[in-house]
Design a protein around this ligand. Structure first.
Ligand code: SAJ
Length: 407
């Protein structure tokens, strides 16, 4: 058996490596020559805990990387599903194009497993028509499966192995076949359901998390108003056996949690008051942080925003992904008000992404008086001693000292 994994990004690459490690021959396809070149030479294209080791284990078996789709009977598609910021709708073009590339070369009866997160209804609306257009019979010439990924950046390798999974298909026999393939590395429970439920449940999972984080963020604002300790209050509330509130923070970033709820709001505008409000609360957090920065500057008589440094550019701790990150959101907001000069540093980002970005931590510290911890990287946790003498706004609650400002 051979599996062709299309899309070698954050999801496709670790998944391809896992299949290879489990003993299946894998062909990793990506149209990006640089990615394919790097991977063929043994260079990983992003940082993730345990990815190096997995790569070496996968190589022992058989994995190859190429820019060309190849004939075969099993395809896993983990291509990007960007969303269009203006309309808040999913852009299905990468998936459509990957499906067509597969259809050009695949064997009769091939299984196409879509792992990319897609808006509910995408398969009916955009994917099935591509197949029908070619005069192919669904469920006979081609089988469609949606097996949405669930792994969390920062702990992907562990979660690939132990998370439960969903296999969505309208043909239960195919479901069983695909389940066996995933069981090669996945020790979690694997549930088989229909295509539409698989699409919907994935988006629901991320929306649940967004709403829960919004609740925590709203509590943080309420508590700030009357000087209560939101972290203590959440800790106590969570001791109740049926309460599990997430943590407040400077905003919700990443390509998933801050995006997927929009698919529901877009398709069901009259029924999504709660989901929309949650999004708005989370989107307001960068403004809340700016307000806190302003209060602290006033308290210390600091007038110049260039004395402030944002620590962290990524959307969360110990990853190198900056998509929709709260720090980028803050910089955008500041630019709207023509306020420039705030300094930025992230140990995970070497290249220059924004203005006034430093690549040396000590150099960064020398230029600022207020440090705003936007991301709780392990790096800052092990370098607290270097922050002596700085005014600290800790939006991630990673420092316990009383003199530190919180959200
Ligand atoms: N965040 C908070 N408070 C929290 C937890 C997270 O403010 O208590 C923030 C983070 O700092 C970050 C954002 O939310 O900015 C999202 O981070 P995350 O760690 O919650 O999630 P992602 O985006 O890295 O991964 C999510 C996961 N989904 C769920 O947990 C339901 C992951 O399992 C999915 O595979 C992934 O989305 C995806 O690809 O859909």
């Amino acid at each position: 058996r051979k599996i062709i994994v299309a899309g070698l990004g954050y999801i496709g690459l670790p998944t391809a490596l896992m299949f290879a490690k489990s003993g299946i021959k894998v062909v990793g396809v990506d149209p990006n020559k640089e990615i394919v070149g790097a991977l063929s030479e043994g260079k990983l294209t992003f940082e993730e805990q345990g990815l190096d080791e997995l790569y070496n284990q996968a190589l022992v078996n058989h994995i190859e990387f190429t820019t060309e789709y190849q004939p075969g009977d099993t395809y896993v598609l983990a291509v990007p599903t960007p969303y269009i910021k203006k309309s808040k709708k999913l852009d299905p073009n990468y998936v459509i194009s990957a499906v067509n590339s597969v259809l050009d070369v695949c064997d009769k009866g091939a299984v196409l497993i879509i792992e990319s997160t897609i808006a509910p209804g995408t398969i009916d609306k955009y994917i099935k028509p591509e197949i029908i257009k070619r005069g192919l019979l669904l469920g006979e010439d081609v089988h469609l499966v949606h097996a949405p990924e669930r792994i969390i950046p920062g702990n992907m390798i562990h979660e690939l192995k132990y998370n439960s999974r969903t296999i969505g298909t309208d043909h239960p026999k195919i479901g069983e076949k695909v389940k066996k393939i995933y069981q090669g590395f996945c020790h979690g429970e694997i549930i088989i359901t229909d295509l539409r439920s698989a699409e919907m449940s994935k988006v629901v999972e991320n929306t649940f998390r967004d709403v829960n984080i919004a609740f925590a963020n709203e509590l943080a604002k309420i508590c700030r108003e009357d000087n209560m300790d939101v972290y203590e209050i959440i800790k106590i509330a969570n001791m109740h056996p049926r309460v599990n509130i997430l943590q407040p923070g400077p905003g919700v970033g990443g390509h998933c949690i801050s995006v997927d709820p929009w698919f529901l709001v877009g398709d069901y505008p009259d029924m999504t008051n709660l989901i929309l409000s949650a999004r708005k609360v989370n989107e307001s957090m960068p403004i809340h942080v700016l307000k806190r920065i302003r209060e602290i500057m006033d308290e210390h008589g600091i007038k110049d925003v260039s004395k402030v440094g944002l620590y962290g550019l990524t959307y969360k701790e110990n990853v190198d992904d900056t998509r929709e990150s709260p720090t980028l959101q803050i910089l955008d907001k500041m630019a709207e008000h023509l306020s420039f000069g705030i300094k930025v540093f992230d140990p995970y980002i070497d290249s220059k992404v924004v203005d006034n970005q430093f690549t040396d931590f000590k150099d960064f510290l020398e230029h600022i008086e207020i440090i705003v911890i936007m991301v709780g990287h392990d790096h800052i946790k092990s370098n607290f001693d270097l922050l002596q003498g700085k005014i600290i706004l800790d939006t991630k609650n990673i420092c316990s000292n009383n003199e530190i400002y919180k959200l």
